[in-house]
Design a protein around this ligand. Structure first.
Ligand code: NAD
Length: 399
């Protein structure tokens, strides 16, 4: 049978990915979100999807179908999720009854704990499947005419991806590279725990929000302008970010201590991540704050705000908290609790952030809140011991 790809989601990234993959493969777009699939199918009608690439070239293609029917997973060789991470669980769950052994399921970006969520949603079937977590989305992209036309503004040179089980890495990454084309180059990362704890969004987004809008730094009054997000990072915010990233580093060292031959090289500090990913685009790399303040890729990017009577109030329910706390920071904090590591900076950001997004995750500093199951905290996926965590992550314990 023809190699079949499911491209999941219906936002900017999913439309771009569908347009790109459909040029060369039998591609079915799937969205479970409200009536998005039907709307998209309608919008496209008989026309071809038009994708403009950074050089200005236009690629035309047509997905085989656009549907909300999960049974299309029965013929899928590769399923790519290109949706915000809070939606991953729903896709895993709905596809699970239909997936055939050997299906490659990739998340782009994975955020944290994607492999464990996948295993918990698939149950017994997970052992026959291949999970791939990408560190990020390879493109900066926007649709220009919803459902019909989209533009890739830029493509990363390379992106990291980890495969579970590790033994399937070569096979899975070769298939994914074929799908993505020449750029970006997909680089092999040793394990999904490294991708989970590398997740820069879980530090940067909640950390910068806390640094600007928590009672420690803000009086609650509206601002004349929405402040710059990255380029506006001040000394106080830098101490928050440094505290968080250092705590994650301690967690990485702890995991290396308890696991057999675990390579955590990709779960680097936030500063190192900037040096790796934005080389040449920062005027000053002497500190983390300087990397963020002088990064040309961040020109003009502001805090998410709402205008109130000509002034600006922060949008404290924006994805920077609503996505990055549940599917990022909660994973790190939950794992830290399991290994008995104190994380005072992450705790204060979590405590403030969970109230902003209306979730009860941590209670008296412990991961026992009633909304835990809505997060990627291992505890929310039924994992409360190191042994269970290592088993779920397919990592060998040190003997
Ligand atoms: P988007 O906001 O365009 O995605 C919206 C889509 O998400 C919707 O169309 C729907 O399919 C799905 N969705 C939204 N709410 C949902 C819900 N409640 N339940 C189920 N599904 C829901 O986002 P995007 O630009 O396509 O980005 C996807 C991911 O890639 C995000 O995690 C984003 O942070 C990341 N990313 C995007 C870019 C970019 O340039 N677009 C760059 C880097 C990273």
């Amino acid at each position: 049978a023809e190699f079949t790809v499911l491209c999941c989601g219906g936002g900017n990234a999913a439309q771009v990915a569908t347009g790109l993959f459909a040029v060369r493969y039998k591609t079915i777009a799937v969205s479970f979100f409200a009536d998005e699939a039907a709307k998209w199918k309608d919008a496209l009608g008989d026309a071809e999807f038009e994708l403009t690439t950074p050089g200005g070239g236009v690629m035309k293609s047509k997905p085989k179908d656009i549907t909300n029917d999960p049974s299309v997973a029965k013929d899928a060789d590769l399923i790519l999720l290109v949706v915000p991470s809070f939606a991953h669980g729903e896709y895993f769950e709905k596809f699970a009854p239909y997936m055939k052994p050997g299906t490659i399921v990739a998340t782009m970006p994975a955020r944290s704990g994607g492999d464990i969520l996948f295993a918990s949603k698939l149950g017994d079937k997970a052992k026959d499947m291949i999970f791939c977590g990408f560190e990020t989305l390879p493109w900066a992209c926007r649709f220009t005419e919803w459902g019909k036309k989209a533009t890739i503004l830029g493509t990363k040179n390379n992106i990291l991806a980890a495969v579970t089980p590790v033994s399937a890495t070569k096979k899975a990454l070769a298939k994914l590279q074929g799908l993505l084309g020449v750029n970006p180059q997909v680089l092999e990362s040793p394990n999904n725990l490294g991708i989970s704890l590398r997740n820069p969004g879980m530090i940067v987004h909640p950390g910068v929000m806390y640094g600007r809008w928590s009672p420690e730094s803000w009086d609650g009054n509206p601002k004349d302008e929405a402040p710059l997000f990255y380029q506006g990072v001040d000394d106080f915010t830098e101490t928050v970010l440094t505290g968080m990233t250092d705590e994650v580093q301690l967690l990485c060292r702890k995991m290396e201590e308890v696991a057999q031959g675990l390579d955590m090289k990709d779960a680097c500090t936030l500063k190192q991540w900037y040096l790796d990913c934005y080389d040449g685009q920062m005027k000053d790399t002497s500190s983390l704050k300087a990397c963020m303040n002088t990064n040309a890729a961040y020109d003009g990017l502001k805090h998410p705000c709402k205008e109130v009577d000509g002034k600006f109030m922060p949008d404290l329910k924006y994805r920077y908290l609503a996505e990055d706390i549940p599917t990022g920071l909660c994973f790190a904090k939950g794992l830290a609790e399991i290994v008995g590591l104190e994380t005072p900076t992450i705790d204060k950001v979590m405590k403030w952030g969970q109230e902003c997004i209306g979730l009860e995750i941590m209670v008296d500093g412990k991961m026992t809140g009633k909304d835990l199951a809505k997060t990627r905290a291992p505890q929310g996926m039924g994992i409360t011991t190191l042994e269970a965590f290592l088993t779920a992550s397919k990592i060998e314990a040190k003997t």
